[in-house]
Design a protein around this ligand. Structure first.
Ligand SMILES: Nc1ncnc2c1ncn2[C@@H]1O[C@H](COP(=O)(O)OP(=O)(O)OP(=O)(O)O)[C@@H](O)[C@H]1O
Length: 290
């Protein structure tokens, strides 16, 4: 059984839904959430961390809804890996990492820094005295301190240059913990996630094994994303002609941007199986796949 899963979850702010009816299992081998800015990735991640209550549906942690879970156990199992910019600028690196450790294990800071490829001598420095890549390693060490089974990573490498990015990816790929990864960068998902979900305007439009989904998309939006950001370290989507999401209010939310839209798309497509292990919400999925 998967440790964490969303079942028909709708999420929003101030009563306005921004993520609609999403079901997602955090299965082994890493799960990627792909989608452009504003598609609801971070909102979903916040719900998985128990920071945002679903408007409807539930997040399940083992056999119980997350809202009924033992919070201490949950925080030990599931750790966020946030952007390095969020490190407290006044705190020394060692103290930041030690925060996650029980008092009697504070001596493990050096070991954790080594585990993420940092010289333990850096423990006395503050974040601004490190490079971006080093800071990101500190964030990872901090998350690893409690020995989590699952990491929830939000754009863990987007602020880094290509070679540093590659080394952080190597580090993440080598960790024991499972992961939910949020990113614009398809190469990162390809490297770290066996399964991916593509979000558009707060809806899952496609899901399946990452390699197949990217090699042969079943949804026109997945195909557009793949063609817009071809390589690791390529330009961010903002620089490669991404247009703003203007989801249609009725029918398929993607139809106003879709080159394959037909009259049928005025009726909202269901997310359904389109090939082995592959699901897509598109009336034209067979044509896209074909
Ligand atoms: N605290 C908030 N209050 C109100 N609306 C919010 C809040 N946070 C996010 N939203 C809205 O929810 C929608 C989804 O945002 P979210 O941050 O989940 O997207 P995202 O896919 O993670 O984007 P990005 O890649 O830019 O981080 C957006 O329309 C956003 O404006």
């Amino acid at each position: 059984m998967t440790m964490l899963r969303a079942e028909r979850v709708t999420l929003g702010y101030g009563g306005r839904p921004v993520v609609h009816d999403v079901s997602l299992d955090l299965t082994e081998g890493g799960v990627g959430l792909i989608g452009e800015s504003g598609s609801g990735k971070t909102t979903l991640a916040r719900a998985f961390l128990g920071l945002l209550k679903p408007m409807s549906g539930d997040i399940w942690y083992g056999e119980r809804p997350l809202r009924e879970a033992d919070r201490r156990r949950f925080r030990k199992d599931v750790q966020p890996v946030f952007q390095a910019e969020a490190l407290d600028p006044r705190m020394r690196i060692g103290a930041s990492v030690a925060e996650g450790l029980p008092r009697h294990e504070r001596g493990r800071v050096a070991e954790l820094l080594e585990q993420v490829g940092l010289d333990p001598a850096l423990a006395g420095r503050r974040p601004h005295q490190l490079s971006g890549g080093q800071r990101q390693r500190v964030v990872i060490a901090r998350a690893l301190a409690v020995g989590p089974r699952l990491l929830i990573l939000d754009e863990p490498t987007s602020a880094l240059d290509v070679t540093v990015q590659a080394r952080i990816l190597d580090l993440l790929a080598g960790l024991d913990a499972e992961r939910l990864l949020i990113t614009h960068n398809l190469a990162v998902v390809r490297r770290l996630c066996r399964t991916s979900y593509v979000l558009f305007a707060g809806r899952v439009v496609e899901s399946g094994p990452t390699a197949e989904l990217l090699a042969r998309p079943a949804h026109p939006y997945t195909r557009a994303l793949r063609d817009a950001v071809p390589r690791l370290g390529g330009p961010p989507p903002e620089a490669s002609g991404r247009t703003e999401a203007v989801p249609a209010a009725t029918g398929c939310p993607y139809r106003l941007r879709c080159p394959l839209a037909v009259a049928e798309c005025e009726r909202a497509p269901e997310l359904r199986e389109v090939a082995d292990g592959r699901r897509a919400a598109c009336h034209r999925a067979a044509d896209v796949l074909g």
